[in-house]
Design a binder for this molecule. Structure first.
Ligand code: GLC
Length: 458
């Protein structure tokens, strides 16, 4: 077998990224999620807000910010398409999961957005607006075009979003409450409540808002609330989501049924819920942020993206970031396997799979969202590793995945405990698989590139 050079691999990734570009009125505006013509779901032709993020960062690093600017403007303009159900009063802060641009022949056509009302399972894309704000910051940082962020339309848009996301909605903690499937994991997977990825994005968005929202009297309340929420969220996540062997021991000996202000086990987590696989699983000097927290509920599963974003946004302490990367190092076979990166570890099986996923055949154990391996997470892994000085791990992830991904034609995900099988229902030519590799390569080769996504410390 001949090996492909890094240059050829990147060429192939760029060829996919470039062919995925979607234009509206002759202007590049986003990228299609996948270019596989055999795909089952027609919405893979659309531009997904979350999928576009790694592509956008590549375009920014490559000095091609126009497509990002057009995308940011397009998403704002589509906000008004949000359908409101009868009897509902909805704020305008939500942004679409994806949008479709009319074909070139259709000169009178207009772009259409999907706020989840067409998506499989009708999911609300809570992450989209947060990604939009975070990406806006990267755009401003790279181009210096602060005027766009300061324009009335963009300021209003951020206000709508912050208004909606900071509104109290039955929460009893600084963490944000969302329905199942409201982010990258957009199928029923027991990720309702306070999933980590949403908390990391919220933190990223709130810190970004401090920079981009103008200090006008109109914005004063939102600026002050978002700063407070950011600080309380940070302390809460650092304390209560954190799990290392010392904390596990504390939880193992938790008293329950405590009433009142001094309760140590304030969510009434029963130690009996610690899953058997945890015993001896955490090596010394390692740890991670758990997947979710709620009443009587600690979801011990490790969700990669939430942990990596938490490192990149500075939501973890430096020590915690170091311990998370140590965990990847020590548990490489389980968490990285043959193809980076396990979206969640471990998979749910048996009755747990039945009850939690609703017997979802796409999410069978070690497949897709249920312990499948997602190359699109490579950029976040490399970013977090570089930020914590673990270039060795970043290099290892790139070295073991690049060539295979290129040969396999950039699949969306891989199956199996070791991640060695191309996903049974996986698309090929999945755009964010290719852009994640280009971006990972850029983060490693050019440390300044990471600045496009640097955390802001307040
Ligand atoms: C799947 C993924 C989702 C992604 C979409 C398009 O639905 O779960 O995160 O945005 O595909 O690639």
């Amino acid at each position: 077998m001949t090996s492909t050079s890094t240059e050829d691999i990147l060429k192939s990734a760029y060829a996919l990224l470039d062919s995925a570009v979607l234009s509206y009125k002759g202007e590049p505006t986003g990228t299609a999620a996948a270019l596989d013509d055999r795909v089952a779901a027609p919405n893979y032709e659309e531009c997904f807000v979350r999928d576009f993020v790694p592509s956008a960062l590549v375009f920014l690093c490559d000095g091609k910010p126009e497509i990002v600017r057009n995308f940011l403007k397009m998403v704002v303009s589509l906000r008004h398409q949000q359908p409101v159900m009868e009897g509902h009063e909805r704020a305008l802060g939500l942004m679409p999961a994806s949008f479709r641009v009319p074909g070139e022949q259709d000169v009178d056509g207009t772009p259409t957005a999907d706020f989840g009302e067409l998506a499989i399972g009708r999911v609300a894309p809570v992450d989209s607006a947060m990604w939009w704000v975070i990406l806006l910051r990267s755009y401003v940082l790279v181009t210096g075009d602060v005027a766009l962020a300061h324009s009335e339309e963009f300021q209003e848009s951020m206000r709508f979003t912050l208004d909606l996301y900071l509104k109290e909605s039955f929460e009893t903690s600084p963490a944000m409450l969302v329905p199942d499937a409201s982010f990258m994991i957009d199928r029923r997977m027991g990720v309702y409540g306070h999933p980590l990825e949403i908390q990391a994005l919220l933190y990223g968005m709130l810190s970004t808002a401090q920079e981009l929202l103008l200090p006008t009297p109109e914005n004063e309340r939102l600026l002050s609330n978002s700063k407070k929420r950011m600080q309380t969220l940070r302390s809460y996540v650092r304390i209560y989501y954190w799990l290392d062997s010392q904390r596990l021991n504390e939880i193992h000996r938790f008293r329950s049924e405590e009433f009142g202000e001094d309760a140590a086990n304030h969510l009434n987590i029963y130690p009996e819920t610690i899953p058997p696989w945890m015993d001896g699983w955490l090596p010394p000097n390692s740890g991670y942020l758990v997947g979710n927290l709620g009443v009587g509920r600690m979801d011990f599963r490790l969700f990669s993206f939430g942990n990596l974003l938490a490192i990149m946004f500075g939501l973890t302490t430096d020590k915690q970031a170091e311990k998370i990367m140590n965990l990847y190092d020590a548990r490489w076979n389980e968490l990285v396997g043959e193809m980076p990166l396990k979206i969640v570890y471990p998979a749910l099986d048996g009755d747990k799979w039945r009850y939690t996923t609703g017997s979802d055949p796409k999410n069978v154990p070690w497949s897709y969202h249920n312990g499948g391996s997602w190359p699109c997470l490579i950029w976040a892994f490399v970013g977090a590793a570089v930020r914590t000085g673990r270039h060795d791990l970043a290099r290892r992830v790139m070295a073991q995945s690049m060539e295979k991904l290129c040969k396999d034609q950039w699949p969306e995900y891989y199956d199996g405990k070791n991640g060695s099988l191309i996903g049974r229902r996986s698309n090929l030519k999945q755009t964010w698989s290719a852009s994640a590799v280009i971006l990972g390569h850029q983060f490693l080769e050019d440390p300044d590139a990471l600045a496009v996504f640097e955390s802001i410390n307040f």
